[in-house]
Design a protein. Structure first.
Length: 221
């Protein structure tokens, strides 16, 4: 089984100040975010990927992204909303820019999260890393139970949540943190394979267009 993990598209237009949008900030996609969804459709079609299911988080930016993809594919698939794919709750950082967070004297915790994915202790975030990973582990286990080994699944979530999929593979999370390659940009993809009762990362944080030109990706899909 292969899972294509996708971060939703843009929620800020070019030139706008980006802000921390957590589970409580239900922003829609902007025009460029909608185009990112349509671009992913073109990739899926050109790569000949036959999706068996589309899963997404409950927020508009993930749900709309999934709905656009299903519609553009002319697919009978309906996006399946799963709360375990929801964005993190960023506490009192929610709705703020990085500069505003720094002005709250949270500079060190911001840097620790941005550079090392270390969960802030004083920012009032809900939950804790072990809970997020447990939800990801349960979600991945449900996919294994529900889908055939040959199925291709699209999973759409947010940057804060997606990085925890790396913990499905022993050592992968630490390796990506060490190499500062744990974030997923808007509209970017990651490819996971489940085979022989274990997960592996085929790609992480790649533009869809680049995957089209990669023969390994075409062979595995």
């Amino acid at each position: 089984m292969k899972i294509i993990l996708s971060r939703h598209g843009n929620t800020f237009a070019s030139g706008e100040t980006t802000r921390w949008l957590g589970a409580g900030q239900d922003f829609p996609l902007v025009d460029s975010g909608i185009e990112q969804a349509k671009n992913l459709v073109r990739v899926i079609q050109q790569a000949g990927i036959d999706l068996k299911a589309i899963y997404c988080g409950p927020l508009r930016r993930t749900n709309d992204y999934a709905s656009i993809i299903a519609k553009e594919l002319c697919s009978a698939l309906q996006p399946i909303i799963d709360l375990r794919l929801n964005e993190l709750d960023y506490g009192h950082w929610s709705g703020l820019s990085n500069l505003e967070i720094q002005q709250k004297n949270d500079t060190s915790e911001l840097a620790a999260w941005e550079n090392f994915s270390q969960w802030p202790k004083k920012a009032g975030w809900s939950g804790f890393p072990e809970l997020i990973f447990r939800e990801i582990h349960e979600f991945a286990g449900d996919l294994i139970k529900k889908h055939a080994p040959t199925d291709r699944i699209l999973v759409i979530s947010s940057n804060g949540r997606l990085r925890y999929f790396l913990q499905l593979i022993p050592g992968a999370f630490k390796w990506h943190v060490k190499n500062k390659n744990f974030k997923v940009a808007t509209g970017h993809l990651c490819l996971f394979t489940y085979e022989n009762k274990r997960w592996q990362v085929d790609f992480w944080n790649k533009k869809p267009e680049l995957l089209l030109n990669n023969t390994d990706f075409l062979q595995t899909c």
